[in-house]
Design a protein around this ligand. Structure first.
Ligand code: RB5
Length: 151
């Protein structure tokens, strides 16, 4: 699991790290490393480029103030799909229906206990295929067309 945050998400990321360690889950922290003001695109890019290298086996968690900027940047990295989740149901659907590898959250929106519960639900969920497959495929097709218009 690749982890990243900006200053707005730094404290929540530390809580999430404690949770991942307690759960025995492997992670790599891509920064930032303090509450000093910084730019969320830097960390979204680092995390998503790491996820991009192992699309089928790696996941990413990105935390900023709202989760919004992180998700917007993450979805600009080819092959990487991300969604903002502030509730358990959406977190499950993000894997089960949308097959996204990256979850983003806003530390100014939810507290650490809910964030950990959301991550837990997300990690326990897998893409279910079925009726979701053609929709995810359409997303991939659209992505291929916009990233490679020459083809
Ligand atoms: C703070 O820079 C804030 O804009 C950021 O954490 C995030 O909420 C952006 O989407």
């Amino acid at each position: 699991i690749a982890l990243g945050c900006d200053h707005g998400g730094y404290e929540l990321k530390l809580e999430i790290i404690k949770y991942l360690e307690k759960s025995g889950l492997e992670y790599k922290d891509f920064g930032c490393d303090s509450m000093a003001s910084t730019d969320y695109p830097i960390y979204a890019k680092k995390v998503c480029e790491a996820v991009q290298k192992e699309l089928d086996s790696s996941f990413g968690i990105l935390i900023c103030g709202t989760g919004l900027g992180m998700a917007m940047i993450a979805n600009k990295v080819e092959g990487v799909y991300a969604g903002v989740c502030h509730d358990v149901f959406s977190a499950e659907r993000l894997r089960k229906s949308n097959d996204a590898q990256v979850i983003t959250m806003g530390a100014r929106v939810i507290g650490p206990e809910l964030a950990k519960t959301i991550i837990d639900a997300w990690l326990k969920s897998e893409f279910q295929g079925g009726g979701s497959t053609p929709k995810v495929q359409q997303m991939r097709d659209l992505e291929a067309k916009s990233f490679h218009p020459e083809k």
